[in-house]
Design a protein around this ligand. Sequence first.
Ligand SMILES: NC(=O)c1ccc[n+]([C@@H]2O[C@H](COP(=O)([O-])OP(=O)(O)OC[C@H]3O[C@@H](n4cnc5c(N)ncnc54)[C@H](OP(=O)(O)O)[C@@H]3O)[C@@H](O)[C@H]2O)c1
Length: 164
Amino acid sequence: MLAYVAAVAKNKVIGKDNRLPWYLPNDLQFFRRKTLSGSKTMIMGRRTFESLPKVLPGRKHIIITQNKDYHVNDENVQVVHTIDDLMPYVDTEEEYFVIGGAKIFKMLFPYTQRMYITEIHEDFVGDTVFPDYEQAEWKVTEKKEGIIDEKNIYKHTFLTLDRI
Ligand SMILES: NC(=O)c1ccc[n+]([C@@H]2O[C@H](COP(=O)([O-])OP(=O)(O)OC[C@H]3O[C@@H](n4cnc5c(N)ncnc54)[C@H](OP(=O)(O)O)[C@@H]3O)[C@@H](O)[C@H]2O)c1
């Protein structure tokens, strides 16, 4: 199954200038732990891949791009070109983690069954947003408040949502 992993501001912003608009190490830790579980496979858009500091250790990266000449010389990276190439990951028991960005979250929304959302309870200026969705179609199955400290200054909540 496809499982989204996203950090979303109160005003739905998720990115600015191809990076995250905030620094929240608690969320980076959550992201790391989650994507290192199960299939250890992350599906992402080309722009999100290029926003990463490097190929992330221990995880397979599936990158979608229209550019047929796009290659990444790393055994943990696979490049695909159409949404059909991602359909084998939809009807599986195991979770395949869709990690963004905005275009990919929007495109795959009908196919995702689960979302791990870190709600950040602040508005941020940005240029990319999480897609609007019908809340009544989702059930919160886990909810945990993040711990605020000197390095994690924004109030945040870790949510798991399952499609009803
Ligand atoms: N807060 C969060 O949780 C979070 C998570 C991830 C990303 N982000 C942020 O989101 C922003 C990036 O999002 P974005 O929407 O600009 O980019 P994106 O979704 O990461 O990537 C878009 C690219 O994916 C490829 N693509 C999209 N649809 C496709 C299709 N149908 N077929 C083939 N290729 C397709 C295209 O690549 P080509 O142009 O190469 O063809 C397109 O330019 C950044 O600011 C990033 O930091 C935030």
